[in-house]
Design a protein around this ligand. Structure first.
Ligand code: ZN
Length: 326
Protein backbone atom coordinates (compact mmCIF):
# COMPACT_ATOMS: atom_id res chain seq x y z
CA UNK A 1 0.00 0.00 0.00
CA UNK A 2 1.02 3.65 -0.37
CA UNK A 3 2.63 5.35 2.61
CA UNK A 4 0.36 7.41 4.81
CA UNK A 5 0.75 11.13 4.18
CA UNK A 6 -0.16 14.02 6.41
CA UNK A 7 -3.21 14.87 4.33
CA UNK A 8 -4.73 11.46 4.93
CA UNK A 9 -7.58 10.49 7.20
CA UNK A 10 -7.07 7.84 9.85
CA UNK A 11 -9.51 5.96 12.06
CA UNK A 12 -8.42 6.30 15.68
CA UNK A 13 -9.61 3.86 18.36
CA UNK A 14 -9.09 4.35 22.09
CA UNK A 15 -9.60 1.26 24.27
CA UNK A 16 -9.74 2.61 27.83
CA UNK A 17 -10.42 0.61 30.98
CA UNK A 18 -13.68 2.45 31.53
CA UNK A 19 -14.39 4.16 28.19
CA UNK A 20 -14.08 3.41 24.50
CA UNK A 21 -13.78 6.13 21.85
CA UNK A 22 -13.53 6.14 18.07
CA UNK A 23 -13.20 8.93 15.52
CA UNK A 24 -11.83 9.70 12.08
CA UNK A 25 -8.93 12.16 12.42
CA UNK A 26 -7.37 14.44 9.83
CA UNK A 27 -3.63 13.99 10.39
CA UNK A 28 -2.46 17.39 9.18
CA UNK A 29 -4.66 19.51 11.42
CA UNK A 30 -5.54 17.10 14.19
CA UNK A 31 -9.20 17.90 13.60
CA UNK A 32 -11.87 15.27 14.09
CA UNK A 33 -13.38 14.58 10.67
CA UNK A 34 -16.23 12.51 12.11
CA UNK A 35 -18.23 12.74 15.32
CA UNK A 36 -16.32 11.23 18.26
CA UNK A 37 -18.19 8.07 19.24
CA UNK A 38 -17.87 7.40 22.98
CA UNK A 39 -19.26 4.60 25.10
CA UNK A 40 -18.63 2.83 28.39
CA UNK A 41 -16.34 -0.21 28.16
CA UNK A 42 -18.49 -3.32 28.64
CA UNK A 43 -15.76 -4.44 31.05
CA UNK A 44 -17.59 -7.23 32.83
CA UNK A 45 -18.02 -9.24 29.66
CA UNK A 46 -14.30 -9.41 28.84
CA UNK A 47 -12.18 -8.58 25.82
CA UNK A 48 -14.46 -9.91 23.07
CA UNK A 49 -17.40 -7.69 24.01
CA UNK A 50 -15.12 -4.62 24.22
CA UNK A 51 -13.78 -5.49 20.81
CA UNK A 52 -17.24 -5.94 19.27
CA UNK A 53 -18.43 -2.65 20.80
CA UNK A 54 -15.34 -0.90 19.43
CA UNK A 55 -15.78 -2.31 15.93
CA UNK A 56 -19.36 -1.00 15.94
CA UNK A 57 -18.13 2.41 17.18
CA UNK A 58 -15.42 2.50 14.51
CA UNK A 59 -17.94 1.72 11.78
CA UNK A 60 -20.22 4.43 13.12
CA UNK A 61 -17.32 6.94 12.95
CA UNK A 62 -16.55 5.85 9.37
CA UNK A 63 -20.22 6.27 8.44
CA UNK A 64 -19.97 9.84 9.78
CA UNK A 65 -17.78 11.07 6.92
CA UNK A 66 -18.61 11.57 3.25
CA UNK A 67 -16.11 9.16 1.74
CA UNK A 68 -14.89 6.41 4.09
CA UNK A 69 -12.57 5.12 1.34
CA UNK A 70 -10.29 8.09 2.16
CA UNK A 71 -9.53 6.54 5.54
CA UNK A 72 -6.24 4.77 4.95
CA UNK A 73 -5.38 3.11 8.24
CA UNK A 74 -6.34 2.48 11.86
CA UNK A 75 -4.37 3.70 14.89
CA UNK A 76 -5.17 2.03 18.20
CA UNK A 77 -4.53 3.16 21.74
CA UNK A 78 -4.84 0.44 24.37
CA UNK A 79 -5.11 0.96 28.14
CA UNK A 80 -2.43 -1.52 29.14
CA UNK A 81 1.00 -2.76 28.09
CA UNK A 82 1.52 -3.80 24.46
CA UNK A 83 4.26 -5.89 22.85
CA UNK A 84 7.49 -4.41 21.47
CA UNK A 85 6.30 -4.88 17.88
CA UNK A 86 3.05 -3.02 18.72
CA UNK A 87 0.83 -5.86 17.47
CA UNK A 88 -0.23 -7.67 20.65
CA UNK A 89 -1.86 -6.64 23.92
CA UNK A 90 0.13 -8.12 26.83
CA UNK A 91 -2.62 -7.75 29.44
CA UNK A 92 -5.20 -5.40 30.92
CA UNK A 93 -5.60 -4.59 34.62
CA UNK A 94 -9.23 -3.60 34.02
CA UNK A 95 -10.80 -6.06 31.56
CA UNK A 96 -10.30 -9.84 31.48
CA UNK A 97 -9.22 -12.03 28.55
CA UNK A 98 -6.91 -9.52 26.89
CA UNK A 99 -3.77 -11.54 27.72
CA UNK A 100 -1.57 -11.90 24.61
CA UNK A 101 -4.41 -10.77 22.35
CA UNK A 102 -3.38 -9.98 18.73
CA UNK A 103 -5.37 -6.73 18.67
CA UNK A 104 -3.65 -4.91 15.79
CA UNK A 105 -4.16 -7.82 13.37
CA UNK A 106 -7.74 -8.38 14.54
CA UNK A 107 -8.61 -4.70 14.00
CA UNK A 108 -6.82 -4.64 10.62
CA UNK A 109 -8.95 -7.56 9.50
CA UNK A 110 -12.18 -6.04 10.85
CA UNK A 111 -11.66 -2.72 9.05
CA UNK A 112 -9.78 -4.05 6.00
CA UNK A 113 -7.04 -1.48 6.60
CA UNK A 114 -3.54 -1.66 8.11
CA UNK A 115 -3.50 -1.07 11.86
CA UNK A 116 -0.92 -0.22 14.50
CA UNK A 117 -1.17 0.03 18.27
CA UNK A 118 0.44 1.75 21.25
CA UNK A 119 -0.35 1.89 24.95
CA UNK A 120 -2.59 4.76 26.00
CA UNK A 121 -0.03 6.85 27.88
CA UNK A 122 2.39 6.74 24.94
CA UNK A 123 -0.43 7.55 22.53
CA UNK A 124 -1.57 10.50 24.66
CA UNK A 125 2.01 11.74 24.99
CA UNK A 126 2.47 11.58 21.25
CA UNK A 127 -0.88 13.34 20.64
CA UNK A 128 -0.09 16.15 23.07
CA UNK A 129 3.50 16.56 21.94
CA UNK A 130 2.48 16.80 18.28
CA UNK A 131 -0.74 18.81 18.39
CA UNK A 132 -0.49 20.55 21.80
CA UNK A 133 3.20 21.43 21.90
CA UNK A 134 3.56 21.44 18.09
CA UNK A 135 6.62 19.19 18.73
CA UNK A 136 8.82 22.08 19.76
CA UNK A 137 10.43 20.39 22.75
CA UNK A 138 12.88 17.64 21.82
CA UNK A 139 12.89 16.19 25.33
CA UNK A 140 9.41 16.00 26.70
CA UNK A 141 7.55 14.29 29.50
CA UNK A 142 3.78 13.91 29.35
CA UNK A 143 1.99 12.74 32.49
CA UNK A 144 -1.66 11.78 32.50
CA UNK A 145 -3.58 11.57 35.77
CA UNK A 146 -7.10 10.22 35.32
CA UNK A 147 -8.56 7.00 36.70
CA UNK A 148 -4.98 5.71 36.56
CA UNK A 149 -1.62 7.37 36.01
CA UNK A 150 0.58 7.01 32.95
CA UNK A 151 3.37 8.86 31.21
CA UNK A 152 4.99 9.02 27.83
CA UNK A 153 8.51 10.21 27.19
CA UNK A 154 9.86 11.89 24.08
CA UNK A 155 13.66 11.96 23.92
CA UNK A 156 15.53 13.63 21.08
CA UNK A 157 12.26 14.11 19.21
CA UNK A 158 11.30 10.41 19.32
CA UNK A 159 8.91 8.51 21.55
CA UNK A 160 11.08 6.56 23.99
CA UNK A 161 9.75 3.03 24.54
CA UNK A 162 12.66 1.28 26.23
CA UNK A 163 12.19 -2.46 25.65
CA UNK A 164 8.44 -1.81 25.28
CA UNK A 165 7.21 -0.64 28.65
CA UNK A 166 9.00 2.66 29.38
CA UNK A 167 6.88 5.32 31.03
CA UNK A 168 5.26 3.18 33.74
CA UNK A 169 5.28 6.36 35.78
CA UNK A 170 2.18 5.44 37.79
CA UNK A 171 4.00 2.46 39.27
CA UNK A 172 7.10 4.27 40.41
CA UNK A 173 7.12 3.87 44.19
CA UNK A 174 6.78 7.02 46.23
CA UNK A 175 6.08 5.52 49.66
CA UNK A 176 6.80 1.82 50.34
CA UNK A 177 4.67 2.16 53.50
CA UNK A 178 1.79 3.49 51.39
CA UNK A 179 -1.50 1.92 50.28
CA UNK A 180 -1.85 -1.18 48.11
CA UNK A 181 -1.69 -0.49 44.38
CA UNK A 182 -3.60 -2.04 41.46
CA UNK A 183 -0.32 -3.76 40.51
CA UNK A 184 -0.23 -5.59 43.85
CA UNK A 185 2.66 -3.65 45.37
CA UNK A 186 2.56 -0.76 47.85
CA UNK A 187 2.89 3.00 47.63
CA UNK A 188 3.12 3.45 43.87
CA UNK A 189 2.23 6.94 42.65
CA UNK A 190 -1.06 5.57 41.28
CA UNK A 191 -2.02 4.23 44.73
CA UNK A 192 -1.62 7.77 46.12
CA UNK A 193 -2.63 10.13 43.31
CA UNK A 194 -5.15 8.82 40.78
CA UNK A 195 -8.89 8.97 40.32
CA UNK A 196 -9.37 5.63 42.04
CA UNK A 197 -6.95 6.36 44.89
CA UNK A 198 -8.47 9.73 45.75
CA UNK A 199 -11.99 8.24 45.58
CA UNK A 200 -10.86 5.39 47.88
CA UNK A 201 -9.46 7.89 50.40
CA UNK A 202 -12.69 9.90 50.18
CA UNK A 203 -14.76 6.80 50.92
CA UNK A 204 -12.51 6.01 53.88
CA UNK A 205 -12.87 9.41 55.53
CA UNK A 206 -16.61 9.37 55.01
CA UNK A 207 -16.98 5.87 56.43
CA UNK A 208 -14.94 6.85 59.48
CA UNK A 209 -16.71 10.13 60.20
CA UNK A 210 -19.81 10.92 58.13
CA UNK A 211 -20.92 13.73 60.48
CA UNK A 212 -17.50 15.40 60.37
CA UNK A 213 -17.53 15.58 56.55
CA UNK A 214 -20.93 17.04 55.67
CA UNK A 215 -19.84 18.62 52.38
CA UNK A 216 -18.41 15.36 51.02
CA UNK A 217 -21.46 13.48 52.33
CA UNK A 218 -23.68 15.97 50.50
CA UNK A 219 -21.66 15.60 47.30
CA UNK A 220 -22.34 11.88 47.12
CA UNK A 221 -25.90 12.14 48.40
CA UNK A 222 -24.93 10.11 51.47
CA UNK A 223 -23.98 7.10 49.34
CA UNK A 224 -20.37 6.37 50.26
CA UNK A 225 -19.89 4.08 47.26
CA UNK A 226 -20.60 6.97 44.89
CA UNK A 227 -17.70 9.12 46.14
CA UNK A 228 -15.47 10.24 43.26
CA UNK A 229 -12.17 12.10 43.12
CA UNK A 230 -13.98 15.16 41.78
CA UNK A 231 -16.21 15.16 44.89
CA UNK A 232 -13.17 15.05 47.18
CA UNK A 233 -11.65 17.97 45.26
CA UNK A 234 -14.91 19.89 45.63
CA UNK A 235 -15.13 19.23 49.38
CA UNK A 236 -11.52 20.39 49.69
CA UNK A 237 -12.33 23.52 47.69
CA UNK A 238 -15.18 24.25 50.09
CA UNK A 239 -12.85 23.99 53.07
CA UNK A 240 -13.47 20.51 54.46
CA UNK A 241 -10.33 19.51 56.31
CA UNK A 242 -10.16 15.74 55.83
CA UNK A 243 -10.73 16.06 52.08
CA UNK A 244 -8.05 18.76 51.93
CA UNK A 245 -5.59 16.32 53.55
CA UNK A 246 -6.40 13.70 50.93
CA UNK A 247 -5.83 16.14 48.09
CA UNK A 248 -2.66 17.46 49.71
CA UNK A 249 -1.16 13.97 50.05
CA UNK A 250 -2.13 13.04 46.49
CA UNK A 251 -0.61 16.14 44.91
CA UNK A 252 2.46 15.99 47.15
CA UNK A 253 3.05 12.46 45.81
CA UNK A 254 2.60 13.63 42.22
CA UNK A 255 4.98 16.53 42.86
CA UNK A 256 7.70 14.26 44.24
CA UNK A 257 7.31 11.89 41.29
CA UNK A 258 7.62 14.82 38.86
CA UNK A 259 10.67 16.20 40.67
CA UNK A 260 12.36 12.79 40.45
CA UNK A 261 11.55 12.51 36.74
CA UNK A 262 12.86 15.98 36.00
CA UNK A 263 16.14 15.09 37.72
CA UNK A 264 16.31 11.91 35.65
CA UNK A 265 15.35 13.29 32.22
CA UNK A 266 16.09 17.05 32.22
CA UNK A 267 13.11 17.63 29.88
CA UNK A 268 12.43 21.01 28.29
CA UNK A 269 8.74 20.53 28.92
CA UNK A 270 6.56 18.61 31.32
CA UNK A 271 2.91 18.43 30.30
CA UNK A 272 0.05 17.37 32.53
CA UNK A 273 -3.11 15.88 31.07
CA UNK A 274 -6.12 13.87 32.20
CA UNK A 275 -8.99 14.57 34.56
CA UNK A 276 -6.73 16.27 37.07
CA UNK A 277 -6.29 19.26 34.76
CA UNK A 278 -9.91 20.22 35.49
CA UNK A 279 -8.78 21.18 39.01
CA UNK A 280 -6.23 23.86 38.18
CA UNK A 281 -6.95 25.66 41.46
CA UNK A 282 -5.94 22.54 43.38
CA UNK A 283 -2.76 22.19 41.29
CA UNK A 284 -1.88 25.76 42.13
CA UNK A 285 -2.52 25.28 45.81
CA UNK A 286 -0.97 21.85 46.37
CA UNK A 287 1.23 20.82 43.42
CA UNK A 288 3.20 23.88 42.35
CA UNK A 289 4.56 24.63 45.84
CA UNK A 290 5.89 21.05 46.04
CA UNK A 291 7.68 21.44 42.72
CA UNK A 292 9.15 24.73 43.85
CA UNK A 293 10.27 23.41 47.20
CA UNK A 294 11.70 20.05 46.18
CA UNK A 295 13.26 20.56 42.78
CA UNK A 296 17.04 20.99 42.61
CA UNK A 297 17.57 24.74 42.18
CA UNK A 298 19.48 24.46 38.90
CA UNK A 299 16.53 22.61 37.32
CA UNK A 300 14.00 25.26 38.24
CA UNK A 301 14.44 27.41 35.13
CA UNK A 302 15.26 24.53 32.79
CA UNK A 303 11.78 23.15 32.24
CA UNK A 304 8.36 24.52 31.45
CA UNK A 305 5.17 23.06 32.88
CA UNK A 306 2.25 22.84 30.45
CA UNK A 307 -1.35 21.95 31.23
CA UNK A 308 -3.04 20.18 28.33
CA UNK A 309 -5.87 22.05 26.65
CA UNK A 310 -6.75 19.24 24.25
CA UNK A 311 -9.69 18.26 26.47
CA UNK A 312 -9.16 14.55 26.60
CA UNK A 313 -8.55 14.12 22.86
CA UNK A 314 -4.78 13.55 23.26
CA UNK A 315 -5.15 9.79 23.15
CA UNK A 316 -7.27 9.64 19.99
CA UNK A 317 -4.95 12.13 18.29
CA UNK A 318 -1.90 10.12 19.29
CA UNK A 319 -3.53 6.89 18.11
CA UNK A 320 -4.12 8.52 14.73
CA UNK A 321 -0.50 9.69 14.52
CA UNK A 322 0.74 6.11 14.93
CA UNK A 323 -0.51 5.39 11.44
CA UNK A 324 2.28 7.53 10.02
CA UNK A 325 4.62 4.66 10.81
CA UNK A 326 2.70 2.24 8.61
ZN1 ZN B 1 1.57 0.00 41.24
Amino acid sequence: MNAITSSDLVLALDFGGTKLAAAVVELESGQMASPVIRLATPAEQGAQSSLQAMIAAGNEALAGINDPSQVKAVGISFGGPVSGDRRTVLCSNHVSQWDNFPLADTVAEAFKRPAVMENDANAAALGHWWYGDRHQAQDYLYVQVSTGVGAGIVLGGELYRGGALAGEFGHTIIDPQGPKCSCGRYGCLESLCSGWAIARDGREILQKDPAGNPILAGQCGGNVRQVSAQMVFEACRQGEEASAKVVERALFSLGIALVNSISLLDPQKVALGGGITRSSDMLERYLYPVLKKWIQPFFEDRYQLDISTLEGQETLLGAALLARDL
